[in-house]
Design a protein around this ligand. Sequence first.
Ligand code: ZN
Length: 321
Amino acid sequence: MFVGIEGGGTTFVCGHGTGPHDLAGVHTIPTTTPDETLAAVGDWITACLADGIEPSAIGVASFGPLDLDPTSPTHGTITATPKPGWQGTDVPGHLRTRFGLPVAIDTDVNGAAVAEARWGSLRGGGPGVYLTVGTGVGGGVVVAGRPLRGLLHPEMGHLLVRRHPLDDAPGSCPFHGDCVEGLASGTALRARFGRDGVDVSGADLELARTLLGSYLGQVVAIVTLTMAPRRIVLGGGVAAMDGLLDEVRRVAVDLLAGAVPHPRITDGARDYVVRPALGGHAGLIGALALAADARASTSGRDPDTDATTDVVTDATGRHPT
Ligand code: ZN
């Protein structure tokens, strides 16, 4: 049994279980100040413990950017977020101190990618990508069942794309203006049309679909060329815009222009760019998967097979680095 927390810019969503089949107790907390929000999350966990729930680890799939370098003294903290008050917040440290349990953290989209790889649209092995278009734009990558991390974590929302000729908006990204998040996020749509993505209608809907199809189609093409994923999931509230998924597929196939000659792509990409199988809870279920991984890394068990795995050590008994 694990506790999962999806930390978003608008809400924190908590739940417990081991995966999509037994996810329960889902509880939503508004994101306000770090102190207030994390106190409410902690109180919810305390109430779960009082109800007899016995989690062995906590997983957090959070908005970022995050410091995920395990050698960093600020590992697990939120870094350069424009969200007031949250820069430097140590969500896992707070929960570890309060509950004494292993706490894993990764980005919300890396968590969602892991969940879709374990239980949803990215099953079947090989690299997979989870793109989300909501208030912001983000992308997570799963490789061999694990989230991709390196010096940092993927930041696909800041990919720089070619501007559509019909688009004269300045772009809403505080860093770049017209990166994909600045042009195709819910925030960008609201600035351009005065409405949220799924509420855009009429002639505005046609233009919104054309612009977002162009930008997200470019992202799919870039990700295809750089990551060679077996499948790409397109999630998030804005991505549910009427007709958008087909437009993204059409633009991506058009841009790739046969240079990546796999039938899954050239046949219209209907089985290549797909909706999430886990719906809106992919991030929360991903947090449960991160918790399972944290638990497994302390017990030497493989969460994918629940089989005990050999922990490789060198002659001195240390893990090779
Ligand atoms: Zn940007």
